[in-house]
Design a protein around this ligand. Structure first.
Ligand code: HSE
Length: 298
């Protein structure tokens, strides 16, 4: 009556798809143990690796778990233990991993009464607590795996997108914290028609490239004309990291979620490793500490 799970880190936005596109990393993430217990409700028993609130109502996994329990009659409760490997505020879906992992495991232990889109809806409540906005572009790929598209928020319509088998991500995390709420605060609320045309051309191009496994088309589509020009100012040496990643063979490079992590996508693991080396060199030259990950997109 307990499950020990891996719950993945995710890259939201993927350059052109602010709040709608996301992808899951195969080998970067947290571990969680979820137990069925006699005591009703949800108890967060332990968080290893980070100093995060244990009170159920203040914890993203707790809030997501309560959203699930609100829609089912349950004669027992759950205990949740989290081993955090993803740093909060890093831009690779730390809160989403906890929220998604909790509801996924609970659904399994309950005999799967809910579909995956329901689980996305519950996990979004964790995102609402973390950022003030219930965005789904991290929790959706964490729950479905691979690439996902939030076609619509009202009603919620999440689509699992074909994920080419040779797609790898390199992600570098400069050791500064950017709160998603702050990184949303600085965005403009209006978009020019000229920029919108370029942006939706890229969203269509990226989705088409993912289905046809056309890596060049994927690369051409990885540009963001709306969010990146504003947010990149918060990220040290962003332009240099992007330029060196592409010179090292990446298909494209951009801000991971709300930053400060920067991601690049590559065809094949060997190229992704080279790209990660190029990213590292930039931060070593400017003297900024970093974490770096290379993972298959899956
Ligand atoms: N789409 C969200 C944002 C993702 O960019 O604010 C946050 O991880």
């Amino acid at each position: 009556d307990q499950l020990k799970i891996f719950t993945p880190a995710t890259i939201a936005n993927v350059s052109c798809g602010f709040d709608v596109l996301g992808l899951a990393l195969d080998t970067v993430g947290d571990e969680m143990t979820i137990k069925k217990v006699a005591k009703k409700g949800v108890t967060i028993t332990k968080i290893i690796g980070q100093n995060l609130p244990l009170e159920t109502h203040k914890n993203v996994a707790g809030v997501a778990a309560l959203a699930l329990l609100a829609e089912i009659d349950c004669e027992f409760g759950f205990e949740i233990e989290i081993n955090k490997c993803i740093k909060p505020g890093s831009g690779i879906g730390s809160s989403a991993a906890s929220s998604a992992g909790a509801v996924w495991a609970m659904n399994e232990l309950l005999g799967k009464p809910f579909g995956v889109t329901d689980l996305v809806r519950f996990a979004m409540e964790g995102e609402r607590l973390a950022t003030g906005v219930a965005h789904a572009d991290n929790v959706a790929p964490a729950l479905f795996g691979g690439f996902t598209l939030v076609r619509s928020y009202e009603p919620l319509d999440v689509i699992s997108i074909n994920t080419p088998s040779e797609l790898y991500a390199s992600v570098i995390h400069p050791q500064i914290e950017v709160k998603t709420a702050d990184a949303r605060e600085i965005l403009k609320t209006n978009v020019s028609l000229k920029d919108a045309i370029k942006q939706w051309g890229n969203v269509g191009g990226l989705i088409s490239g993912l289905y046809t496994e056309d890596y060049d088309l994927i690369g051409r589509s990885l540009e963001d004309y709306i969010i990146e020009p504003i947010r990149s100012i918060l990220i040290p040496a962003f332009d240099a990291v992007k330029q060196k990643s592409i010179a090292a063979g990446a298909l494209g490079c951009g801000i991971s979620g709300s930053g400060p992590s920067i991601f690049a996508l590559s065809k094949g693991e060997a190229t992704a490793v080279k790209v990660a080396e190029a990213m590292k060199k930039v931060y070593e030259n400017v003297g900024i500490d970093y974490d770096i990950h290379v993972s298959k997109v899956n």
